[in-house]
Ligand binder design. Structure first.
Ligand SMILES: [Zn+2]
Length: 275
């Protein structure tokens, strides 16, 4: 098994240092950290999908507000499908997509892999299809994924994993890849655990945004804290999810925990070549 760490959607949010950037008045930096996994029997597996080629060609569909706040670069070369090609791999071999949640910066790339099966928490798929609040109408964009045919919504009935409840190993995959409920950011937001040759990775999506949120006491640039609170669907659940991650980090430091948007974690993971 080989794991590639990809940024499938760099964003340069406003408010610079408050969002983790170097300069107070400059722009911050956020990545869309995706995992491309070369498996022995399951072909290529992509964890989170970033933006699609269609998003790059037609940025307006992402909405003016989202683009104003996050300033996504939307370069075609950054899309997952183009990065698969750059690695001299075949996009048709991407058979499985696993999304932590369906926010527009995580689900966009689904459209570029029309034959793959999308695995996600059942609650998240239902929320994305229902779009029952104004905020969910803005964060979930059906034009990114409504044409997609193959879905595998997963419920909570699995085993425990390192003390985390209800890990569901994904049906149809031979590799040890499972979904861990980490709700709060969205209704069905989940993490993805992957057993690699060099140990476990937990892709925690947007359950946290900054690596200092994994340590006790947690901290993060104030802008990221405000942003997370503004985007949460359930604050109690989100804080509980972060507590679970802090305990895992404390008790099992060998597990590489990743957030979707922390650029420092992406650099660290890339240079250590996990997997
Ligand atoms: Zn996100």
């Amino acid at each position: 098994m080989r794991v590639h760490h990809l940024d499938c959607g760099t964003m340069c949010p406003i408010a610079g240092r408050l969002m983790g950037g170097d300069r107070l008045l400059g722009r911050g930096l956020m990545v869309c950290h995706c995992l491309l996994i070369e498996t022995a029997r399951d072909g290529l597996v992509l964890v989170d999908t970033g933006f699609s080629t269609a998003d790059c060609d037609q940025p307006s569909r992402l909405g003016r507000g989202f683009r104003a706040v996050t300033a996504p670069r939307l370069a075609r070369a950054q899309t997952a499908v183009e990065q698969v090609r750059s690695l001299r791999l075949d996009p048709a071999d991407v058979r499985h997509l696993i999304v932590t949640h369906m926010d527009l910066d995580h689900a966009g790339g689904i459209a570029d892999f029309p034959r793959a099966t999308v695995h996600l928490h059942r609650r998240e798929l239902e929320a994305a299809r229902a779009r029952s609040t104004l905020q969910e109408k803005q964060r979930y964009l059906p034009q990114q994924w409504e044409q997609h045919a193959s879905w595998n919504p997963v419920s909570e009935s699995g085993d425990t994993w390192l003390g985390l409840p209800a890990v569901q190993k994904l049906a149809g995959l031979d590799a040890d890849i499972g979904l861990v409920p980490l709700h709060g950011h969205t209704r069905g937001h989940s993490g993805v655990v992957v057993r690699t040759d060099r140990g476990w990775i937990l892709h925690a999506g947007d359950a946290y945004f900054h690596h200092m949120e994994l340590v006790d006491p947690p901290s993060a640039p104030v802008g990221l804290r405000v942003f997370q609170s503004a985007m949460q669907m359930n604050g109690v659940a989100r804080h509980a999810s972060q507590a679970v991650l802090r305990r895992l980090h404390r008790e099992h430091p060998e597990v590489r925990i990743l957030s979707a948007h922390d650029p420092a974690e992406l650099v660290s993971a890339t240079y250590r070549a996990v997997g």
